[in-house]
Design a protein around this ligand. Structure first.
Ligand SMILES: Cc1ncc(COP(=O)(O)O)c(C=O)c1O
Length: 333
């Protein structure tokens, strides 16, 4: 007999009032290990610090159509790192997505800095979204929909220490890379990225790598990929088919200081996979992961199978820049 025929009758569906909903959301957040310190919502018109109140209308276009963009900037010792670069990308992604920016760029910056201040968090991440707003289940935004701007401050993503000490192992994903227009736009359509990371973990790898239809290296799930050739050149894929990572762009500048010591040059060019597998070093780069050495890619051992000196030197340059560079905005706590 099918199981549903033997199950006890389901309890009648409850009708909930506002107090019930709030209590349930609070209980949900207590069961989850979330540490979201502050949330700004243009729809609420301010900042909340109770995670139960960090909510969006279910018919927001960003929720049911993925019609939204986002970005993440790091908070380091009470200062926001490289916010202008992240805002450039956010605004460019919004324009490509036909999203109306909520207020001026100065307003976006002020809200981000103000939410960071309200959070009290000194080390973590600030993630912000722009949505076309609620009002219908149509494909185009609802008539008269107000764009929504949301900011959350949290502890940031973290990765196992062994990624840095021992290096990580990646696999070529079986999922197709996004077409260039979508890959360069940081929209809330991360299904390929989610699936490739899950696939890699299911196969015992730490992360995946997208390869483009011409057989060139693309990027990781939420990170860029770069290499050091056998003759010491730092080589990064071009940014026309992958996200222009703020960390990669900054590191490509900073890396020039290493030419003459651990590097012989810096190049941004298409990188065929077969050539990339011959690299002396390979690493993943991003705001959250910083620079993490890759020691194995599918069945290929990269270099001597150990983290190399360029990965270490680049990570040091980046950490220095995040602590004492000229791209820091102090948060007025
Ligand atoms: C798909 C993808 N590629 C690369 C990156 C690295 O970008 P960033 O250095 O700005 O964190 C990210 C993270 O935002 C990403 O989501």
């Amino acid at each position: 007999m099918p199981p549903h025929e033997t199950s006890p009758p389901a309890p009648p569906l409850r009708r909930l009032d506002a107090a019930d909903v709030l209590a349930t959301l609070r209980a949900l957040r207590q069961r989850q290990p979330v540490a979201y310190a502050a949330f700004y919502s243009s729809q609420l018109g301010g900042i909340v610090t109770d995670p139960a109140l960090m909510v969006l209308p279910f018919d927001d276009h960003m929720v049911h159509r993925g019609h939204g963009v986002f970005d993440t900037a790091g908070l380091v010792d009470g200062r926001i790192y490289d916010l202008e670069a992240h805002l450039d990308r956010f605004v460019a992604s919004a324009e490509r997505s036909k999203l109306r920016v909520h207020g001026t760029r100065q307003h976006l910056r002020d809200v981000i800095v103000g939410t960071a201040a309200a959070s009290g968090v000194h080390n973590g991440a600030i993630r912000y979204w722009l949505s076309s707003g609620p009002g219908s289940f149509e494909l185009s935004p609802a008539a008269g929909a107000e764009p929504g701007f949301f900011v959350v401050v949290f502890g940031g993503l973290s990765y196992p220490e062994r990624w840095y000490t021992d290096g990580l192992r990646v696999m070529t994903t079986s999922y197709p890379i996004k077409p260039p227009l979508y890959a360069i736009t940081k929209a809330t359509n991360y299904l390929p990225n989610v699936l490739m990371q899950m696939e890699a973990r299911e196969h015992g790898f730490d992360n995946g790598v997208f390869v483009d239809p011409d057989g060139n290296v693309g990027e990781g799930s939420n990170m860029n990929v770069a290499f050091v050739t056998d003759d010491g050149v730092l080589r990064h894929p071009t940014f026309d088919h992958v996200l222009a990572g703020c960390t990669s762009l900054r590191l490509l500048e900073l890396a020039r200081a290493l030419v003459g010591t651990v590097l012989t040059g810096v190049e941004v060019c298409p990188i065929p996979v077969a050539q990339a597998r011959q690299a002396r070093e390979m690493f993943l780069i991003g705001s959250s992961v910083k620079v993490a050495p890759v020691v194995a890619w599918d069945a290929t051992t990269i270099g001597d199978g150990h983290p190399g000196p360029v990965a270490r030197a680049l990570r040091e340059l980046l950490e220095d820049d995040m602590r004492q560079g000229d791209r820091l905005i102090p948060v007025p706590y």
